[in-house]
Design a protein around this ligand. Structure first.
Ligand SMILES: Cc1cc2nc3c(=O)[nH]c(=O)nc-3n(C[C@H](O)[C@H](O)[C@H](O)COP(=O)(O)O)c2cc1C
Length: 126
């Protein structure tokens, strides 16, 4: 599996509805994940899930944002061509002015040391 190593200025953003369906993704997200925006909109965010990711990480993410708090953590995602990339994600709950709740994830490049830490931690979970 081929790794895409994020560049310092890569900044991947996506937004979901309350059920985890993608309602927005920025250019960096689409380019790095290898999907066209129209292949992502309306799809569950697990479309980029990598099988190495422990369930516990996503349980922690969802439990945290559903409580209205901000979640941060390391995520290994898969690309459309079955490659992968690591990100450090911060996920925010958002109460829209229209009263519609959504969730926004902003992702930056993790250092090699951070990736090694996450790999070790995640290998002990599941
Ligand atoms: C704003 C937001 C962004 C998310 N980003 C990702 C992501 O980049 N990769 C991922 O695998 N799951 C992401 N998730 C979690 C997914 O919704 C889902 O819980 C996860 O992929 C596990 O899928 P499963 O519950 O079908 O096993 C995100 C969730 C939210 C709310």
């Amino acid at each position: 599996m081929r790794e895409y190593v994020l560049k310092t200025n890569d900044f991947l953003v996506s937004q979901t509805d309350e059920a985890g369906k993608i309602i927005f993704a920025n250019e960096d997200f689409c380019r790095i994940a290898g999907f066209h925006l129209n292949e992502l909109i309306g799809k569950p965010h697990s479309i980029v899930r990598h099988s190495d990711m422990p369930k516990a990480a996503f349980k922690s993410l969802w439990d945290t944002v559903k409580e209205g708090r901000v979640w941060s953590g390391y995520v290994k995602n898969r690309t459309k061509e079955n490659g992968f990339y690591w990100v450090y994600a911060t996920v925010y709950p958002s109460d829209g002015i229209d009263g519609v709740k959504s969730y926004i994830s902003c992702r930056r490049k993790p250092s090699l040391k951070e990736i090694e830490y996450a790999e070790t931690l995640y290998s002990t979970l599941n």
